[in-house]
Design a protein around this ligand. Structure first.
Ligand SMILES: [Zn+2]
Ligand SMILES: [Zn+2]
Length: 561
């Protein structure tokens, strides 16, 4: 990622009594949230999540925040606060703990339980946990934390107030203001108001839906739609949703119970997370509803419900395999109903429609966001954000969690309510709060950190460019042997192509021009093999471009013998 603020330089030393805020991910994208707060030489981190790769990042498993700028200071970190259990907030934590395993982890019961299973998968054991709940106060070094209940698309989400000598920061985390949520746990606006009375110096607010006017509909508004889908289905029902959306799963379990169907979970993360949520009391499974997938298959189709992962079209997920009819035990049949009860995250459209088409081809009825109200967002819309600004009355606002368009829309809302100082920052842009005023102080290096198999941070943007060229154009290799005594081509060029229409060509028309160009270059005194390889590259590159209109990757090899 090229830095959006080339004019900024490294920040000056933080003045005594000032608070420094450095977003290392999540500002400029929806994903990999991570923000570092610095006061009096000590650091506090809020969230440490992942971003999922898009089509132009082939082969990448995950993208992490770039904590290179604090790598040498991890011993100064007092704690890592996790606002809720979504992957874009907790997913990178195992990678951070690999660098310092005893960073104290602070979060709600469900958040830390979901994180705990992830840490065990990464074989990280000796971690330090502090379970907190709304209303709790806990101090780490110079940071006095207070937690506030917020409503979101996962239970047990928290906002956090951070008090330091520089003033009070209120970070909403991800939130919305559903007034009648399934679990009755609403965003605590009374606490927001109390903190506002005390004086919020810097308010970090979720920008995701700032462009959406009005209010995010209540979670309960999709209950009748789910009920209708159940009523109309005469065969099996497959529901796909996020493996952390406990309330959505709750609605499906309740509908199954009401319609005398039984439910099985499909997909490892769904089984694991719903097990955790049930054990901790966040998911209420009606008696007799849940069965093992193997037992479900023994029931008649009109008694079956599957709740599956894969609502974003992830190629390896259960739903994708079902759509391709290569799932181990779920065979999609004509008359089945598939309910995609999820959002469509930007960048995933192609993958999701591929799955929908795959399911429809086998005769399934697919109900999704595009044709029914089967999903509501987990984030506050513009109307809710306006309420928050009016209730909190912050001195300074820093929009977080969104692409630049979302953050700018959020900034406009803050200004509309009379907030005088709104700071726009993207990943790596340093914001200092000094004497009650927040301002951009500089930038730190902050790129993408790619996870590819077991490698973390080794794959660069230029490697990805190579992958894209290979993926779209294939490659051509040219091997030539030059006699080091005579300076003449003694063997080759031997040319091979793969992944393009040139595969199998004899390349006769380009072999002589390559030999001629090499002879000329050597006669002019260019005998260095790197230079000769560039000569080969130019000749064949021009030839492919002129005759085939392609630009494959070219791998020239000149051997002196
Ligand atoms: Zn979230
Ligand atoms: Zn999020």
């Amino acid at each position: 990622m090229s830095h959006p603020h080339p004019e900024l330089s490294a920040p000056a030393a933080l003045p005594k009594g000032g608070l420094r805020v450095t977003p290392l991910g999540g500002l400029g994208e929806v994903g990999r949230n991570m923000t570092v707060f610095e006061y009096d030489g000590r650091l506090l981190i809020v969230d440490c999540g992942v971003l999922f790769p898009e089509d132009h990042q082939p082969g990448i498993d995950l993208i992490l925040p770039d904590w290179g700028s604090i790598r040498d200071r991890l011993d100064d970190v007092e704690a890592l606060v996790l606002t809720h259990g979504h992957e874009d907030h907790i997913g990178a934590t195992p990678y951070l703990l690999r660098e310092r395993g005893n960073i104290p982890l602070v979060g709600s019961e469900l958040t830390l339980a979901l994180l705990g299973s992830k840490l065990r998968e990464h074989r990280l054991k000796e971690t330090v946990h502090h379970v907190v709940k709304e209303g709790d106060r806990i101090t780490f070094g110079p940071f006095e934390l207070e937690f506030v209940a917020v409503n979101h698309s996962i239970p047990d989400a928290l906002a956090v107030a951070i008090r330091t000598g520089a003033g009070m920061v209120l970070h909403t985390g991800d939130f919305k203001m559903d007034q009648l949520p399934l679990d009755g746990r609403i965003t605590d606006l009374r606490a927001f108001a109390r903190l506002g009375e005390e004086g919020v110096d810097l308010f970090l607010t979720d920008s995701t839906n700032a462009e959406t006017p009005g209010f995010t509909p209540a979670e309960k508004s999709i209950t009748p739609v789910i009920d209708q889908v159940f009523r109309e289905s005469s065969q099996r029902i497959i529901v796909a949703c996020f493996a952390s959306h406990v309330h959505r799963v709750q609605q499906v379990l309740d509908a199954a119970y009401a319609h005398e169907r039984q439910v099985a979970y499909v997909g490892r993360s769904m089984v694991r997370n719903m097990g955790i949520a049930r054990d901790l009391g966040y998911l209420n499974v009606p008696p007799g509803v849940l069965v093992d997938t193997k037992d479900l298959a023994d029931l008649p189709p009109d008694r079956q419900v599957l709740i599956s992962t894969g609502s974003q079209g992830e190629p390896m997920s259960a739903l994708s395999r079902i759509a391709q009819r290569n799932h181990n035990f779920v065979h999609i049949e004509e008359g089945d109903t598939v309910l995609l009860a999820s959002s469509l995250i930007p960048g995933n459209e192609n993958a999701v429609y591929r799955v929908i088409n795959g399911l429809a081809r086998w005769g399934a009825r697919v109900v999704h966001k595009g044709n029914a109200l089967v999903h509501v967002s987990g984030h506050a819309s513009a109307g809710e954000l306006l309420y928050c600004y009016n209730i909190v009355r912050p001195r300074n606002v820093l929009p977080v969690h969104g692409e630049i368009r979302h953050m700018l829309a959020n900034a406009a809302l803050a200004r509309a309510t009379g907030v005088e100082n709104v700071v726009i920052a993207e990943d790596g842009v340093v914001v200092d709060l000094i004497d009650g005023v927040a301002a951009v102080a500089g930038k730190v290096d902050c790129g993408y950190v790619f996870v590819d198999g077991s490698s973390v941070g080794d794959i660069t943007e230029s490697d990805l460019k190579d992958r894209l060229i290979l993926g779209e154009e294939g490659f051509i290799s040219v091997i030539v042997v030059v006699d080091s005594v005579s300076g003449k081509v003694s063997a080759g060029p031997e040319i091979h192509a793969r992944g393009n229409a040139l595969d199998g060509s004899n390349f006769d028309d380009v072999k002589q021009p390559i030999i001629d160009a090499l002879d000329r270059a050597i006669a002019e005194g260019n005998t260095d093999s790197y230079q000769l390889q560039q000569t080969v590259r130019r000749v064949i590159g021009r030839w492919v471009s002129n005759t085939h209109r392609r630009r494959p990757m070219i791998i020239p090899v000149v051997i002196e013998a």
